[in-house]
Design a binder for this molecule. Structure first.
Ligand SMILES: Nc1ncnc2c1ncn2[C@@H]1O[C@H](COP(=O)(O)OP(=O)(O)O)[C@@H](O)[C@H]1O
Ligand SMILES: [Mg+2]
Length: 265
């Protein structure tokens, strides 16, 4: 069975989705089979992987699999990604669109928080890793992800509110894992993303190291416009050019090694 990893932070815009898809990409390059579950109704991961919802030819999304509340329901929603690279064959996507918001209203129905666990049951057994891209809240959608995950990876910027939100995720996991029926759940890594200024951001970077110690994965990722450009243009990192392209590609390759070390498949 795949190692399931929820990628989370209680703040938006910190690089959860970028980290999810770029780690998936680096893992696939390292010959791992990866399933990406897009659990954010914004559907950013789905779009950046080249997936599009077509109303004339609608493809099911993770929302339908969650709504089904049935073992293995996600089998019918896995789709290939749109990137034109060899290793894209090793990445599959359970996409999301805005309709996923409707699952929130069902949070109070019996056993609602176990619906993703059930949906994935048996479905990801042929993958090495399932990466679950969570929305920036700790409510129902993220709880579905946390109930289904073996480990949590927190992404944070070296910025006060982001670090604060990262500690809320850590505390939520510590305090609620049992309530989520998942007592073994733990934070396995912290990715620091978006260093802008080595001097200005150093204080927050150091406080992240103090708070999370050896859980902080290396390297710390810099803010790089080539990366934002690749996300915008729905491109794999093998197709980006520019002075910093090698730094960005190499950074995610090293982070993927950290992941495989911390969470062996
Ligand atoms: N290291 C980085 N350098 C440059 N842009 C980045 C970096 N990390 C993320 N971004 C960009 O910042 C924006 C927010 O990132 P995103 O992954 O969507 O955050 P989240 O999923 O936490 O809301 C996106 O446009 C993304 O392309
Ligand atoms: Mg996101």
């Amino acid at each position: 069975m795949a190692q399931r990893i929820a990628v989370a932070n209680n703040k938006g815009g910190v690089g959860k989705t970028t980290t999810t898809i770029r780690l998936a990409e680096a893992l696939a390059k390292a010959k791992k089979r990866v399933l990406i579950v897009d659990l954010d109704p914004q559907g950013n991961a789905s779009r950046r992987l080249g997936w599009q919802y077509d109303a004339a030819n609608p493809k099911p999304t993770i929302s339908e699999a969650i709504r089904a509340d049935e073992d293995g329901a996600a089998a019918g929603v896995l789709q290939p990604i749109g990137w034109d690279v060899e290793y894209a064959d090793r990445i599959m996507l359970a996409p999301a669109r805005l309709e996923l918001e409707n699952r929130m209203a069902e949070a109070g129905t019996a056993g609602a928080w176990r619906r993703l666990v059930k949906a994935l049951n048996g479905v990801d057994r042929h993958f090495d890793y399932t990466l679950i891209d969570c929305p920036p809240s700790l409510f129902h959608l993220t709880q579905l992800g946390l109930a289904a995950a073996h480990k949590v990876v927190i992404v944070t910027e070296p910025e006060y509110d982001s670090v604060d939100a990262a500690t809320r995720v850590r505390d939520f996991v510590a305090n609620r894992a049992i309530d989520l029926g998942n007592p073994g759940l733990e934070v396995a890594g912290v990715v620091v993303n978006g260093m802008k200024n080595q001097l200005l951001d150093a204080e927050q970077r150091d406080s992240i190291r103090e708070l999370f110690g050896p859980l902080v994965w290396e390297p710390i990722m810099n803010m790089r416009s080539v990366l934002a450009g690749a996300d915008n243009d729905e491109l794999p990192l093998t197709e980006i050019r520019g002075e910093k392209a090698g730094e960005v590609r190499g950074g995610y390759e090293l982070l993927a090694v950290e992941l495989m070390k911390a969470i062996p498949a």
